[in-house]
Design a protein around this ligand. Structure first.
Ligand SMILES: Nc1ncnc2c1ncn2[C@@H]1O[C@H](COP(=O)(O)OP(=O)(O)OP(=O)(O)O)[C@@H](O)[C@H]1O
Ligand SMILES: [Mg+2]
Length: 266
């Protein structure tokens, strides 16, 4: 599948989701980070094949999109304007994508930029069912409805944005500090969640040895693991929503369309 993660705004979680939601579930996928050299933090995950290319090298990017079957393009904020200009020049490029994922976060500026991004994609001619909004950094404990937290985007989805993108069913990624912790560990959330270390036993040993450093490590290891399990459940659920698996166990190549179809039939 060919997926582009895009938003005119920075800090909406494009790189985070390119790695932990998309690449982590698609072994062998080619990840292209459209960034000024060394500005990307996607590289931080071990064992992931990330190529950094600035938007000025769009022909190479376009070539990679055409050559690879599974490719994830993460467009960094520093390069988004140039990337968009190039997409306007190379008219067929946008048609290569099976999905353009547009993460958004609760702040007003980012929501307004999300709307501008969707309008721009629409103008470029991409079909609305291939553009999917992803509601990121949702503070679960506040228990506020999605329609309120992301009121600008959902309001737009119900009016001018209708048909330009898929807004529902809402794909929501919770705010979780483990995404920040994962950077230091160079592991994916999935890897952290699957880590089988027995932190309770490690804590016992550290206490016996009066090793305060090891004790702290065991305590924070347990907490990171718990948060990673929570985040991984959330990521798996959203991944299932974006890429429904058909009866023969194959992920649909037209994820958003399938969701739209389901919504229509319901
Ligand atoms: N669901 C989340 N919960 C908590 N923190 C998050 C979440 N998603 C992203 N973050 C954090 O938000 C910050 C911005 O994320 P990220 O770097 O992925 O944004 P970006 O859209 O790629 O930005 P840029 O356009 O500048 O490359 C990072 O510190 C990341 O760890
Ligand atoms: Mg980024």
């Amino acid at each position: 599948m060919k997926i582009c993660v895009l938003n005119l705004s920075g800090n909406v979680g494009k790189s985070t989701l390119a790695v932990h939601l998309l690449a982590a579930f698609t072994p062998g996928a080619k990840i292209i980070s459209v960034e000024s050299i060394n500005a990307s933090n996607v590289n931080d995950v071990e064992a992931m094949d990330v190529e950094e290319l600035s938007a000025s090298r769009f022909k190479e990017i376009f070539r990679e999109i055409m050559v690879n079957d599974d490719v994830i393009i993460d467009v960094g904020a520093s390069n988004v304007a140039a990337f968009m200009t190039e997409m306007t020049r190379f008219k067929s490029a946008v048609g290569e994508f099976d999905l353009v994922l547009v993460p958004t976060v609760p702040t007003d500026k980012q929501q307004r930029d999300t709307i501008a991004t969707i309008n721009w994609l629409h103008k470029l001619g991409i079909e609305g069912h291939k553009v999917r909004v992803l509601f990121n950094q949702y503070a679960t404990e506040a228990l506020e409805p999605i329609d309120l937290v992301y009121a600008l985007v959902t309001g737009y989805g119900a009016t001018d944005g209708q048909g330009k993108a898929v807004f529902e069913p809402h794909a929501v990624i919770a705010l979780n500090e483990v995404y920040e912790m994962a950077k230091a560990s160079k592991k994916t959330i999935g890897d952290l969640a699957m880590d089988g270390t027995d932190w309770k036993a490690a804590r016992g040993l550290a206490k016996q040895a009066s090793d305060l450093v090891a004790l702290e490590r065991a305590i924070s290891g347990q907490m990171t693991h718990d948060l990673a399990v929570t985040a991984h459940e959330n990521l798996s659920q959203v991944h299932g929503l974006l890429f429904p698996v058909d009866a023969i166990g194959k992920a649909s190549t037209s994820p958003a369309a399938t969701n739209v179809e389901k919504a229509r039939r319901a």
